[in-house]
Ligand binder design. Structure first.
Ligand code: ZN
Length: 323
């Protein structure tokens, strides 16, 4: 049987070091003979007790999922508003109860939640995400990132809002030979590991995932996070947390990043709204394509990128229509 490896690092942001604010990220992991579960919560920065809320929520999510590990809940996890709804309700109830025991005001602390659960008994996994933390599933059949996708949301979704499951994403999946593992991360690492409004996992995220292969996972992750912060030139000022779970044997090579082809022939990163060469607006250029029909922008271009002739025909088609 293949061995599971996991670890995480939390790096306190410069801003929090300067102001003396507590780190509001929390990661929790549990393993027993039935399952492995990891959860990562990013406290909502505007509330003073979010660090505590994040800590309680991450632990609660792990304990609740472990309690479910006796049974095969794969089909319940597949149902929209099924397992995810149950889980979010129970985590919120737990945090609210603890706050009340501690005499704290629940409205003063809240957090996001990203988690991955792996059943050792029934060969399936379950992952989910609420708010702008992210969970990247690393698979032979293609990596996918679950994260908040609605760019129009005024604020990040969190546990203690009304019906949070409506804004959550989750995925139940078979392990088989397909599943290598997962990366959980707070929103400080978007643009390094994933990007908002997309399900794309960046190729450069492979170094974080492959940290699980090193002798000391947490030390390697910490060094990588530190390097990313230094290279960002002050952009990554926030608390950063990354957790990795892997059963890969040896390093996994991630696929090339998905790109959108411009009418001028240049390839642009999916997160870029304008062509780097000619400045064309992506939204205008591709306004006639309804990406939702193809399972989203990332899925559409991932397929298109692998079929260059088709990709060119689509572009010619839409630019002719646009004339
Ligand atoms: Zn262009």
């Amino acid at each position: 049987m293949r061995q599971w490896k996991y670890g995480y690092t939390i790096r306190i942001g410069e801003k929090h070091l300067r102001t003396g604010a507590v780190c509001q990220d929390s990661v929790f992991a549990l393993e027993d003979e039935k399952c492995i579960v990891m959860a990562l919560c990013d406290g909502i920065g505007s509330l003073p007790l979010s660090g505590r809320a994040a800590q309680l929520a991450a632990a609660a999510a792990c304990h609740i999922l472990r309690k479910c590990a006796d049974i095969n809940f794969y089909h319940h996890a597949e149902v929209p508003n099924g397992m995810m709804k149950d889980l979010l309700e129970r985590v919120d109830r737990f945090v609210t109860g603890k706050f009340s025991e501690e005499g704290a005001d629940r409205s003063q602390g809240d957090s996001t939640l990203a988690f991955v659960f792996v059943s050792k008994l029934f060969d399936f996994g379950f992952a989910g995400c609420l708010g702008d933390s992210a969970v990247c599933l690393i698979r032979k059949s293609g990596n996918i990132c679950l994260t908040e996708s609605n760019a129009n949301l005024e604020s990040t979704a969190s546990l203690h809002i009304r019906e949070p499951w409506r804004l959550a994403k989750s995925e139940a999946f078979r392990l088989g030979d397909d599943f290598f593992g997962a990366i959980l991360t707070s929103d400080g690492m978007d643009s390094e590991i994933y990007t908002k409004n997309s399900s794309q996992v960046f190729r450069r995220a492979q170094v974080y995932f492959n940290a699980a292969q090193s002798g000391n996972v947490e030390q390697t992750l910490a060094a990588l996070a530190e390097r990313a912060v230094r290279q960002s030139g002050g952009e990554l000022d926030d608390d950063i947390s990354i957790a990795v779970l892997s059963r890969a044997v040896g390093d996994v090579i991630f696929p090339q990043d998905v790109t959108w082809l411009c009418a001028c022939g240049a390839r642009n990163r999916l997160e870029n709204s304008y062509c780097f060469r000619c400045g064309r607006d992506f939204l205008t250029l591709y306004s006639r394509v309804s990406f939702a029909k193809y399972g989203g922008k990332t899925q559409f271009f991932r397929y298109a990128n692998q079929h260059a002739a088709l990709e060119r025909r689509i572009l010619d088609g839409i630019t002719n229509q646009n004339k």
